[in-house]
Write a protein that binds this ligand. Sequence first.
Ligand code: NAI
Length: 381
Amino acid sequence: MNKVGIIGSGTMGIGIAQVAAMNQCEVFLYDQNAEQTEKSLQGLQKVLSRLVEKNKIDFEESENIYNRIKFCTELKDFKDCDLVIEAIIENKEIKTKVFQQLEEIVSQDCIISSNTSSISITSLSSELKNPSRFIGIHFFNPAPLMPLVEIIPGLLTKENLAADIFSLMKTWGKVPVIAKDVPGFIVNRIARPFYGEALRIAEENIATFEQIDDAMRTLGNFKMGPFELMDLIGIDVNFSVTKTVYADYFYDPKYKPSLLQQRMSEAKLLGRKSGKGFYDYSEESKEPRIKNQDIKDEKLYEEIFLRIISMLINEAVEGKRLGIASDEAIELAMQKGVNYPKGLIAWGKEIGYQKISDTLQNLYETYQEERYRQSPLLKKM
Ligand code: NAI
């Protein structure tokens, strides 16, 4: 698969283009907005210069990488592609239209894929004349830096295609995992409580954002706490993923979105990109961090950490029970896609599954909510 077409040159498209070009592919890049492609290519030039400065690649290689990417002004230029990865706006109707157009251009052997975070791969494939050549290839942001790639065959995807893409992603230096076509795939499903339970603790005034973040960093060794991370991802983006996962699981209360997050989105307090979210990113307060050691309360920190980690481990165990991916894939995904310090199944063993189960049981009895129901597998672990 040497000729790779990428549709959409936004955040993800240009990142995936860079990865493919760094792996000797001839890349065809198309966006309906040519100005966006120009802007993204300029950005890529800067990224490549930085790699040269850091001696990661030499100048000649940086030129070669850049020259392997062809700026296309129409989709017709994709006619010889072996693989096309779509990374346009997250809208099923718009994506479908683009795929139907593309099917008329590329050869029968061309593999068509989507980088969608939340739309069912099966539903996208079913709109194609030949759904068997369609698959999900889900990169993480920033694509050149995050090793994980979730590969999602839909119900109509031909056998072996997932294995072929798995091998290709390995040659691209990625850490591929195969996931079932379930809402949120692996990472966006299993990670939900990291944000959801943190928001809940804050909404109940049990602790402040700073305390929750600090507890997760210090006791859990997470690189960032939930609120810092939501500020980085964009509070609106994170909220929208939560809403989609919630709706697509037919309103399972486990994934219920947070009112606080909704209000933050409404107020356009979106995080780093808007200058203010859970923290303030204005000039005077660039690095908001907990400074006052007095606020540290060991017992409270333990309670916060145990509550959030138990919810996460429960979600990973339920994913294992339902076979959304292999155990190894579930463990790798959280470490290589969202930088968790350990795999959650191993973490459960370390803390003790009984303790996780007791924590959830206690929450269930306190709140009388389905949200805290345990995976039937948890008790057997
Ligand atoms: P973006 O907004 O940065 O870029 C999307 C690009 O698609 C824009 O440049 C836009 O002009 C172009 N576009 C829109 N409609 C088009 C059409 N009909 N034909 C051609 N180009 C069109 O979006 P981003 O963040 O790169 O997301 C793209 C896809 O990747 C989405 O499906 C998203 O769910 C998924 N994704 C996003 C991640 C993220 O962290 N941003 C992570 C993983 C997946």
